[in-house]
Design a binder for this molecule. Structure first.
Ligand code: SF4
Length: 460
């Protein structure tokens, strides 16, 4: 174990400096190997375990479980990690492996098929989940005040499900990658277990969010992880399919028009996930998109949209756009309006470009004067409003499933499968019987105005 880099592996078996109190608190023995980054991972896992009432054991023999945080930096470090796993299995038998060697689990299972779970570096939630499955935390009257699905700030019937953090794209108007770093995807098993808990707690609609949902799993090479005794790949398509089995509406936000998105449209057509796609196109003029450095901007977007509608005619497409991007010409703007005519999007938001400090776009072209931005924004909104209203009108006379968000004395307010909470329109529903928040009713749509629908409940 010799190296002169800053990732120098260091072996730190963690002794129990927390005295184990008498009683039934489950005890975990922890071995931390590797560099300071791995040590920080160990600290985080131990902090979470202690907060949940687990105690650290003084040795493997007296513990309910052993966690080995491995190092895979050098062959000698790998050998040491494998040795530590072998010792833990011999002395205890229940072993969870995490850390750098967990990125190549087959190297561990080839030698030790009996380990309970293997997770990669920084996968704290996976480690915690594996511990919970092997040795559940003891009942704690204070901690148990927190429901299993956690504290939610959304109404009980819908919840946001974050599948990754950060972003690998470098859109020139955005500083999110600077603030949050590159893409870090959550293991599919973690996401699905969270979704499952939410559904068990009464959530009827899961809103999948991230910075770039279609890029999910790229950073972890679409690694598989365990969910309900089966391996699930951390891939947009696989995750969407699995989420669709949980019995809730699944709505996908922040998807980019990559070719592989077509596969998910089939899941929309067969009802696995909602026929709804939130795609932030931001512009249509090729030279603006190029200067924006938008992901998938080379794809033939109009053809893609047409193909999606062929696969799933009921799909609702929502998007956002920026007008007044530095250097945007009158021609670029006219191109955008014409593109909207072709695309016939259902729901659209529009923002005037704001020069966020630190965004490279600020230096990419002449700033568009505020009054021009203002004019373009009004023209854009008016133009799209007519398209959206026409598309909404097509729903008049149809029957739609509507999830109820609010109930009033005479009319309830809800949303169709084509409306996300907070950002899209609403359906105002009259009903012969009182409706409940979170219930899904069949509603006959009787009329439409610019943004919303009105109808009567005809089935519950
Ligand atoms: S995709 Fe672009 S706009 Fe979205 S977070 Fe990433 S860099 Fe920012």
């Amino acid at each position: 174990m010799t190296t002169d880099t800053h990732t120098q592996p260091i072996a730190r078996p963690i002794a129990a400096d927390t005295a184990a109190s008498p009683g039934s608190a489950p005890k975990v023995s922890f071995v931390s190997l590797g560099c300071p980054k791995a040590l920080v991972d160990s600290e985080r896992i131990i902090t979470r375990l202690r907060a949940e009432g687990y105690e650290l054991a003084r040795g493997h023999a007296g513990a309910d479980l052993v966690i080995v945080n491995t190092c895979g930096f050098l062959d000698s470090a790998k050998a040491e990690s494998l040795g530590a796993i072998g010792t833990a299995l011999a002395e205890n038998g229940k072993v969870i492996v995490t850390g750098c060697m967990g990125a190549e689990p087959e190297n561990i299972t080839a030698q030790y098929p009996g380990v309970l779970a293997i997770t990669g570096p920084q996968q704290y939630e996976s480690v915690l989940d594996a511990v919970h499955r092997a040795v559940p935390p003891r009942h704690d009257p204070f901690l148990d005040l927190v429901p299993p699905e956690g504290i939610k700030l959304t109404p009980r019937h819908y919840a946001y499900l974050k599948i990754s953090e950060g972003c690998n794209n470098r859109c020139t108007f955005c500083i999110i990658p600077k603030l949050r770093g590159d893409l870090v995807s959550r293991p599919a098993g973690d996401v699905l277990r969270e979704a499952e808990k939410l559904v068990k707690a009464g959530v009827k609609e899961l809103l999948v969010i991230s910075q770039d949902t279609s890029a999910y799993g790229i950073d972890i090479k679409y690694a598989t992880s365990l969910f309900q005794d089966r391996e699930v790949r951390a891939k947009f398509l696989d995750l969407s399919r699995e989420l669709g089995t949980l019995g809730a509406w699944v709505r996908l936000h922040y998807v980019y028009p990559y070719p592989h998105v077509d596969d998910v449209i089939h899941l929309m057509a067969d009802g696995t996930v909602l026929p709804y796609l939130d795609i932030p196109f931001q512009h249509a003029a090729p030279n603006v998109l190029k200067r924006m450095k938008r992901p998938a901007s080379q794809e033939k977007q109009l053809e893609r949209i047409q193909r999606w509608r062929e696969i799933c005619p009921d799909i609702t497409l929502r998007s956002t756009f920026i007008v007044g991007f530095p250097g945007e010409t009158d021609e670029d703007f006219e191109f955008l309006l014409n593109w909207l005519d072709e695309a016939q999007l259902d729901r659209v938001g529009c923002f005037k470009y704001e020069p966020v400090r630190g965004a490279p776009a600020n230096d990419l072209g002449d700033a568009v004067p505020e009054e021009v931005k203002e004019q373009r924004w009004h023209r854009f909104m008016k133009h799209q409003q007519a398209i959206s209203a026409r598309r909404l009108k097509r729903k008049v006379g149809t029957r739609q499933q509507v999830i109820i968000d609010e109930v009033g004395p005479t009319v309830a307010k809800g949303r169709t499968k084509g409306d996300a909470p907070q950002i899209d329109g609403a359906v105002y529903v009259s009903s012969r019987r009182p409706m409940r928040v979170g219930e899904i009713a069949t509603v006959k749509i009787e009329r439409a105005d610019a943004y919303d629908l009105h109808g009567s409940a005809v089935g519950f």
